[in-house]
Write a protein that binds this ligand. Structure first.
Ligand code: CA2
Length: 147
């Protein structure tokens, strides 16, 4: 099982700014934790982060040939990007959307997700642990759809 973990704009700043909102873990330490779980689940993960919408669109578009599923935090593009919605819908891979913060308890503009309807499910508000739950949920979903 091959999983693509995608992070969108500004998430390279995790652990370096706004710890009250996004926690103390850096993106590298989150990815290290996921790598350890990947060993346990016997899956492989490719980790990518971009601040550029088109690059994320390209990676999702190519993913259908290379991966079985996607964990994605589209960050601010969640609330703006029809292009990411269309890329996820076009890839037709199981995908779990993650938000570290509870977007529904924040500003109104964060309440709408363009991307969630093209995903299998969404996890938000559980801090950086949400990436782990998303990975485990995707693994379970893919394992069940194999049987
Ligand atoms: O809660 C999440 O995971 C978000 O996807 C994070 C996005 C935000 O636009 C979404 O509404 C919710 C922001 C990511 C920016 O990350 C930073 C991390 C540290 C310091 C500054 C920004």
């Amino acid at each position: 099982m091959r999983i693509l973990v995608l992070n969108g704009p500004n998430l390279q700043l995790l652990g370096k700014r706004q710890p009250a909102v996004y926690g103390h873990q850096t993106l590298a330490s989150i990815n290290d934790g996921l790598e350890a779980i990947a060993g346990e689940l016997q899956i492989s993960i490719d980790f990518r982060q971009s601040n550029h919408e088109g690059e994320l669109v390209d990676w999702i578009g190519e993913a259908a040939n290379e991966f079985d599923g996607i964990v994605i935090n589209p960050a601010a593009y969640t609330h703006t990007s029809a292009a990411l919605h269309d890329a996820l819908a076009g890839a037709a891979l199981p995908a779990i959307e993650v938000h570290i913060s509870n977007v529904h308890a924040r500003e109104e503009f964060r309440h709408r997700s363009f991307t969630a309807s093209a995903c299998t499910g969404q996890i938000c508000g559980l801090g950086t642990n949400g990436y782990e739950w998303a990975l485990r949920a995707l693994h379970r979903h893919l394992s069940e759809s194999e049987t």
